[in-house]
Write a protein that binds this ligand. Structure first.
Ligand SMILES: Cc1ncc(COP(=O)(O)OP(=O)(O)O)c(N)n1
Ligand SMILES: Cc1ncsc1CCOP(=O)(O)O
Ligand SMILES: [Mg+2]
Length: 207
């Protein structure tokens, strides 16, 4: 378990962009307001993901923001990333824990299931993620979760992440229900003013 990562705030996920220069420029503009960055690209091949993850790691180091890799434990280990995020179609958290250094954080998607979250915590994950909370432009068919799940997960004693269609307007209701981090793609990267949007999420945690 990594003792140093921020446990509250905006958890930014990258949009699928093939152009690495464009990806870096778009992330650079908003990273200062993020607590964590996740590299997520569901369209890129292995070589492009390696290139983009390495470039994002350098950017994250400059901003002092930890980088989490989605889906790919081998990639996280290869570049020395700060964490990996795993869902139901990915490696098992306990297998990842055996593979990765002890200070690499592991996050788990728990969708709408407190039982899945309990099992993940027993396997040694550092945070649990629930959602989608609202209709997600990025993942329209994502399973839906309720705020009650965030309240129920308080007893697990790891940070709780909420994801899916989260905007600066609806984030406060999830934070009030116990979300420590809100995970966002379109609310920042599809905003007319991404820097202002990122600041608005951050402000939700300071209100
Ligand atoms: C913080 C966070 N929460 C949930 C997910 C979704 O993970 P998963 O269900 O494995 O789906 P994909 O993102 O891989 O499409 C996530 N990536 N991050
Ligand atoms: C990866 C993922 N898992 C559930 S919803 C989602 C996408 C989140 O993106 P957005 O913030 O655009 O809804
Ligand atoms: Mg996944």
């Amino acid at each position: 378990m990594n003792a140093r990562w921020p446990r509250r705030g905006l958890y930014l996920l990258t949009p699928d962009l093939a152009d690495t220069g464009q990806l870096l420029a778009r992330v650079d503009e908003v990273l200062g307001d993020a607590a964590l960055l996740q590299y997520r690209n569901k369209a890129a091949d292995a070589a492009l993901r390696r290139e983009q993850a390495g470039a994002l790691l350098a950017l994250c180091r400059r901003h002092g923001v930890p980088l989490v890799i989605n889906d790919d434990v081998a990639l996280a280990a290869a570049i020395g990333a700060d964490g990996v995020h795993l869902g139901e179609d990915d490696d098992d958290p306990s297998a990842a824990r055996a593979w990765l250094r002890n200070d690499v954080l592991i996050g788990a998607s728990c969708y709408d299931s407190i039982e899945r979250a309990q099992r993940a915590v027993e396997a040694g994950v550092d945070y649990v993620a629930f959602g989608a909370y609202f209709p997600s432009p990025t993942k329209p068919h994502a399973r839906r979760a309720t705020p009650g799940l965030l309240r129920a997960a308080a007893s697990l004693r790891v940070p709780r992440v909420a994801i899916g269609g989260i905007t600066p307007d609806n984030a406060p209701s999830l934070i009030a229900a116990g979300a420590d981090l809100v995970a966002v793609i379109s609310g920042v990267f599809d905003a007319a003013d991404p820097a202002a949007a990122a600041r608005a999420y951050r402000d939700c945690f300071e209100a």
